[in-house]
Structure formats: C-alpha cells, structure tokens
Design a protein around this ligand. Structure first.
Ligand code: G
Ligand code: G
Ligand code: MN
Ligand code: NA
Length: 252
C-alpha cells in the first residue's frame, strides 16, 4: 500500500503517540519545557520516523488530520504536566499547511479550553517555510501571540527564506538547528554560522533555543555565547509523558 493510504489507516487505528523532549535552562539545569515529537508505531511494530511521513502528509494534505491528532494527544497529556509545573512550555510543531489554514487558531484554542492549560504554556514551532507566505502566516501568528502563546522559528538557518520575514513578523525564539550546534568549537565555517545566528538573535532581541546538544562542551560554549535554553541527548532524549512527569517531580 502507498504511504498516503498507510497514514489514513494509521490515523484510523490510533497508531500515533507523542514523546516529549525536555528543554533545559543551561545555567540552572532545570527543565523549563518540552517539545512534543510525534511517533508512529504501526500495528506490526514497525516505527516510521516523522521525516518519512510528515513531508508526504504535507504534500497530500493529510497533515491537517495528523495535526488534529497531535492536538488531541496534547489535550490528554498537558494537564498533568502543567499541574506539576504551571509555567511549563510545551513546544508544538506546526507545518506550513497548518499555519496557512484559517481553522488552526480555533483548533489550538480548543486544546487550551479542553486541557485547562493557558496559551502562555504553548510554544508554537514553525519552520522558515511557514513564514514565506508572510501575509497568510502573519494572521495566525499575531492571533496566537495576542492570546499569550509564543512563537519559535524552528530549524533556523536551514531554510532559504532570507531574513526579511524576521523583521516583519513578531516571533519570540529562534531554534538553532542541530547541524550548526554539532560543529560548535570545530573552527569550521558551519560553526561560525551558529555564532552568527546567536548574534542575529541578540540584535533582534530574540531568545535562542539550541537543538541537538550532545556534549558538555557544547552546552558550556552555548552558555558562554549567551544562549539560555537547550535540548539534546546530553540532557535527555524524547521521553514518554510519564517519564517526563517523573523528571519534573524530581525537580520540583
Ligand atoms: O522526532 P524527530 O526527532 O524524528 O523529528 C524529526 C522532524 O519531525 C523534526 O523536524 C520535527 O520538527 C518534525 N516533527 C516531529 N513531530 C512533529 C509534529 O507533531 N508535527 C510536525 N509538523 N512535525 C513534527
Ligand atoms: O526538526 P526538529 O528540530 O523539531 O527535530 C528534532 C529532532 O532531533 C527529533 O527527531 C529528535 O529526536 C532529534 N534529536 C533530539 N536531540 C538530539 C540530539 O542531541 N542529537 C541528534 N542527532 N538528534 C537529536
Ligand atoms: Mn521542532
Ligand atoms: Na528543529
């Protein structure tokens, strides 16, 4: 069967679940939030990575159903997280098709309403692609932000959209892609890109979240460059909601 048909079946059979990767305050080591990451385990046990099905879902339009499922799963998990850590940030990945869909604000508002969390608990993660059609994107982002949610540009530096949109759109965070973090301190051209991204963020008064931090050296270097937040295997891989709850309990 084709991937689009497999996705349809996977949705029908509820084969999707969420894991949560902690986001850490580098200075204190505390878990201040987590990024929700979608996982698909098929009935036969096979795991299919987001990189394999999200792009196809985006092309065929089923990303909207997938996102609705993500929002349902989040509605189930979020209350327990916020109960332990009221200021917790939950990172929600949205595709360009979601951002450009007029129903997205209503869909996310329903999560807030039914889970009892606040918009302030949500960090909407959108890749540079979402910002290209600035007119359409701006409405959704402005709407989310006026309600208290924050916006992050995900995989910053890997797209081809230029920087013009950053001046036009109000965003709160840049997430530096792991590609750039992995070369920090190597003296390579790519490692200079990471430093330039951090400088751009400072100029625009945006906070930075470093992704893919795998070593203590990288964490220290990021800290000394003024980066406050990080995620990566050095701190923790993606966790089940229960494992994340346990981590939060041990910190609170
Ligand atoms: O989880 P993993 O480490 O494999 O993530 C791979 C990619 O899939 C990342 O770019 C991530 O942003 C994306 N991704 C993970 N979960 C979701 C999701 O719920 N929705 C969308 N649109 N993308 C996701
Ligand atoms: O695109 P998005 O940036 O949201 O994806 C995050 C992806 O990176 C997920 O697939 C997640 O599992 C993966 N990831 C998380 N931490 C690390 C890390 O420290 N190193 C590497 N190589 N991948 C990571
Ligand atoms: Mn992300
Ligand atoms: Na990313």
């Amino acid at each position: 069967t084709s991937m689009p048909a497999m996705i349809r079946n996977g949705l029908k059979r509820q084969e999707f679940h969420l894991l949560y990767q902690p986001v850490i305050d580098i200075a204190t080591g505390r878990t201040i939030g987590a990024e929700a990451l979608l996982r698909w385990r098929r009935r036969n046990g096979e795991m299919i990575a987001p990189d394999h099905f999200i792009p196809i879902a985006e092309e065929t339009g089923s990303i909207r159903q997938i996102t609705r499922r993500v929002l349902e799963l989040l509605t189930d998990d979020a209350p327990r997280l916020i109960d332990i850590a009221p200021d917790f940030h939950i990172g929600l990945n949205l595709s360009a098709a979601d951002i450009h869909c007029p129903a997205i604000v209503r869909d996310v508002t329903a999560v807030v309403k039914h889970s009892g969390i606040k918009f302030e608990n949500l960090l909407i993660e959108a890749t540079e692609r979402s910002f290209v059609d600035a007119g359409k994107a701006a409405d959704a982002f402005r709407n989310f932000r006026s309600r208290g949610a924050r916006i992050a540009v995900d995989d910053f530096g890997t797209g081809y959209s230029g920087l013009g949109y950053l001046a036009q759109l109000e965003v709160d965070y840049l997430k530096i892609d792991k590609l750039f973090v992995s070369t920090l301190g190597t003296g390579s051209a790519t490692s200079q890109v990471a430093q330039r991204i951090i400088e751009i963020a400072k100029d625009l008064q945006l906070q930075v979240i470093a992704e893919g931090v795998e070593t203590e050296d990288q964490a220290k270097m990021l800290g000394s460059l003024g980066v406050e937040l990080a995620q990566g295997y050095y701190y923790s891989g993606p966790l089940t909601a229960s494992a994340l709850l346990e981590r939060l309990r041990s910190e609170h």
